[in-house]
Design a protein around this ligand. Structure first.
Ligand code: TXA
Ligand code: MG
Length: 319
């Protein structure tokens, strides 16, 4: 059931979480599927509801940096301190040595954990009211597009969750940037709303991508796909997209194309990375609802600031 994320709704949601239930709630990136991180049954249900492989660990969400420091204990380090000071609350997830009190399944049994302090008034109030660490993977079936509206969660998970808190559209629109600070140099495991240049400025050196060792430790990091149901392909230019769509239509297929700032497309998303990130999943969800045969997306420019959009397009189109 969807309810408004006002004070009453948040109090009710906190009660459900505390009782071991599942609540979908908005964050600044995408909607998350929340459960108490200490509750093995609730965490197991998160995996079941999403159809998520048990080898893919979850992110633990906290209301503020102090709680994250406390959870990490002696595993907290200077890199974590610097990144937290600069980017929390915000769309950054840190990989740290595993803290105490988490159900085994949260870390997929591994020695590290992912933590983040989201920057959304509803998420923060809910986490504060709950008073305990909360896991929250994106609230979508495993392998599908992340939700940026409460309606996306309702359509994809519906009655499988105990409550959906509606806080309107997510502002960032793609999942958080994930940085592993247990290794030296630190490693960017998932590109997200924070441009890599900003991380490098703070950290000095930053290794790119999961790397073989990290994938062996956390198999959820390999090139997994998060796709619309509709077949989707990328095109190198507007011209290429138009001819691909034209060819499909000539065969009687329903096809649409999306561009980033290029006029003439069926959907023109903003031509800047932050605007494109914000609108991307919502546009793909809308296209998915049209019952098309093909979605064609024009690739955005090269360059580090477009890394998150390119990564999600690559995943959505199957590489
Ligand atoms: O923006 C976000 O991060 C959203 C919102 C709801 O907070 N959550 C989210 O969770 O995207 P999820 O489960 O869809 O993605 C979690 C990512 C996965 O790529 C997982 O492999 C990685 O974090 N991860 C979790 N724990 C890890 C660990 N210990 N080591 C390496 N990667 C980890
Ligand atoms: Mg996800």
């Amino acid at each position: 059931m969807i309810i408004k994320a006002d004070a009453v709704g948040i109090a009710r949601a906190a009660g459900i979480l505390a009782g071991g239930g599942l609540v979908a709630f908005p964050t600044e990136t995408v909607y998350g599927l929340g459960a108490l991180a200490s509750d093995a049954d609730a965490v197991a249900r998160v995996y079941r509801v999403k159809g998520r492989p048990f080898r893919n660990p979850l992110i633990t969400h906290l209301p503020d940096t102090d709680s994250a420091r406390a959870l990490a204990g002696s595993g907290w380090n200077q890199m974590a301190e610097d990144l937290a000071n600069e980017f929390w609350p915000g769309p950054l997830t840190l990989i740290l040595p595993r803290g105490a009190g988490l159900a085994d399944a949260v870390t997929a049994g591994g020695p590290t954990m992912a933590v983040r302090v989201p920057d959304h008034p509803v998420a923060r109030s809910l986490l504060q009211a709950c008073g305990r660490p909360v896991v929250a993977p994106s609230a979508n079936p495993s392998g599908r597009l992340s939700p940026t509206l409460a309606e996306h969660v309702e359509a994809d998970l519906g009655d499988l969750v105990d409550l959906i808190l509606d806080g309107g559209p997510c502002q960032a629109g793609v999942e958080s940037t994930v940085v592993d600070v247990t290794v030296s140099p630190p490693r960017l495991l998932r590109p997200g709303p924070i441009p890599p240049g900003k991380l490098e400025k703070l950290l000095g050196e930053l290794a790119m991508g999961p790397g073989a060792e990290a994938i062996a430790r956390s198999p959820g990091l390999d090139k997994r796909h998060y796709s619309p149901r509709t077949r989707m392909v990328v095109a190198p230019s507007g011209k290429a997209a138009k001819s691909r769509v034209g060819a499909a239509r000539a065969r009687g297929r329903l096809a649409r194309w999306i561009s980033f700032g290029l006029p003439g497309a069926d959907v023109v998303l903003p031509g800047d990375p932050a605007g494109a990130e914000q609108g991307l999943f919502a546009a793909l969800h809308r296209m998915d609802d049209l019952g098309l045969d093909l979605i064609v997306v024009v690739l955005p420019p090269e360059g580090p600031d477009w890394l998150a959009v390119r990564d999600r397009l690559e995943r959505a189109s199957g590489g």
